[in-house]
Design a protein around this ligand. Structure first.
Ligand SMILES: *Cc1c(COP(=O)(O)O)cnc(C)c1O
Length: 471
């Protein structure tokens, strides 16, 4: 499997080469040269596999330059009942006939990002070991991603993690999940400012190419291809769990922000999984919903992003969206480059009169909707009253839109992207009581915390990294 850039002007590379990289040299994102297609016998053979074997079968298409035995043992080590609470890893919970919840949030940080990040940590370790390299991961987080990354990379021999977070602006639970880690390779930097200030510092550090090279600065952000591939696996898992035969079709409802999760569903569909609809749910930050309804893509300025009660979906531009557009314009890199020039120069583009739009409307499977704070509260209540199940505000966005666009004949699988314990304030607002804490998370706010407070000053952060980097 070779990977090419969405903008068409970068040399093709293998999976291992792109594993540690961010953007392609031409500014695009790396994508597979063609989608692997599953034959019917292959799909039938996958139906009853346990999660780690299923993961191996999906991953080997994309990571074919990884020695098979190594990939297999790495996947076995990643997807354990110990890390994910159950041997099923992502169990399906049936709410009523043809309506299900796919539970993705039983990993170490109680959000679906663990499913991909835990694998990424082990992939990084294997490749760095093989190549005798070290890596200093630098990231900015508003909560979920940073926690998942730190829990995936903690204690890894060849990696340090420097995670910038907005001082005093995360929930006490999220703060505890990150700051209570005592591993010597994890560095929490609480920036005096907002999330955007953290991100600006990361950008500024990355612009210093010399510094980046000298200290092998890397990232684990949502454009990382291995993260997308790891997420493809649970679409298969959910499909098999909700159906009896591979003749059936299902729809997925996906709470979306950076378009990584739902894009993985699109990849599964392109591989031949019988997916009927990919129902994309946004919160009040509805750039993606607007696109799938109108064909117009208008990313917001960061100053126009609403702070909502499903905060992990508060994004201004969806970083993985370019991968989908590349596929929609028949993998024409020059056209993608032209469209993103319009994003830079005119603030967006309009595909509604383009040939690609017909294809998106007819074949892509996407449908979309937007949910609000009131919808989240009402949906948390509804699901609790009707099914006795507690869902978090992000999952509620997905369930809300999943129900609105549901076609009764087909199973709808709503992806659960976090546990309610992470967003207790909203649960209290909806139900007048606290979300239960899973075992092992009681009182984590009281554990000793380890972090350094800094001003949003790239030079100071560089010195901080320099003094602690693995070189
Ligand atoms: C990251 C996140 C999302 C959004 O997922 P994308 O892959 O960015 O679309 C939704 N819900 C939760 C809880 C998240 O952490």
């Amino acid at each position: 499997m070779k990977y090419v850039s969405t903008r068409g002007h970068a040399a093709s590379q293998g999976f291992t080469d792109i594993l540690l990289e961010g953007l392609a040299p031409d500014g695009g994102l790396m994508v597979p040269e063609q989608w692997p297609r599953l034959t019917r016998p292959k799909l039938d053979a996958m139906r009853d596999l346990p999660y780690p074997r299923l993961a191996f079968e999906v991953l080997r298409f994309f990571a074919d330059d990884f020695p098979g035995g190594e990939l297999k043992s790495l996947v076995d080590r990643t997807y354990t009942a110990q890390a994910f609470g159950t041997p099923e890893i992502t169990p399906l919970h049936t709410l009523e006939p043809n309506l299900h919840l796919l539970r993705l949030s039983n990993g170490p940080t109680l959000a679906f990002k663990d499913v991909a990040m835990q694998l990424l940590g082990n992939l990084f370790e294997a490749v760095l070991e093989r190549q005798g390299r070290r890596l200093n991961v630098l990231g900015a987080t508003s909560g979920d991603t940073g926690g998942a990354a730190e829990h995936a990379l903690r204690g890894k021999a060849r990696v340090n993690v420097f995670m910038l977070s907005p001082n005093g602006r995360m929930s006490p639970f999220q703060r505890a999940q990150m700051y209570s880690l005592q591993d010597a390779n994890v560095f929490n930097v609480a920036i005096e400012g907002a999330f955007d200030d953290c991100q600006d510092v990361v950008k500024a550090v990355n612009l210093d190419a010399g510094f980046k090279m000298r200290h092998a600065v890397g990232a684990v952000n949502s454009i990382n291809w291995a993260r997308v591939v790891a997420q493809v696996v649970y679409y298969f898992k959910g499909y098999f769990a909700a159906t009896r035969s591979n003749d059936e079709q299902v729809s997925f409802a996906v709470p979306s922000g950076n378009f990584g999760n739902v894009f993985a569903g699109y990849v599964a569909k392109r591989m031949g999984l019988p997916v009927r609809r990919l129902v994309l749910a946004t919160n009040e930050n509805d750039v993606l919903d607007e696109f799938f309804r109108t064909g117009r893509y208008r990313p917001r300025k960061t100053s126009e992003v609403h702070a909502t009660s499903s905060p992990s979906m508060d994004i201004s531009k969806a970083s993985n969206f370019e991968r989908f557009i590349w596929d929609a314009v028949d993998q024409d890199g020059d056209k993608v480059a032209w469209l993103w020039r319009q994003v830079d120069e005119e603030g967006g583009f309009d595909l509604s009169t383009d040939r690609a739009w017909e294809k998106i409307e007819e074949d892509s499977g996407f449908a979309s909707g937007r949910s609000t704070h009131a919808d989240r509260i009402a949906t948390i209540r509804l699901v609790n009253e009707k099914y006795g199940v507690l869902i978090d505000p992000h999952t509620a966005d997905g369930v809300k839109i999943g129900l609105r666009l549901r076609e009764g004949r087909y199973p709808t699988i709503c992806l659960e992207t976090a546990l309610p314990a992470k967003f207790d304030e909203t649960i209290v607002e909806a139900l007048g009581r606290h979300a239960p804490r899973p075992p092992g998370f009681e009182g984590i706010e009281d554990r000793p915390q380890r972090f350094d407070v800094m001003r949003p000053d790239p030079e100071a952060v560089k010195r901080y990294i320099e003094e602690r980097a693995r070189d």
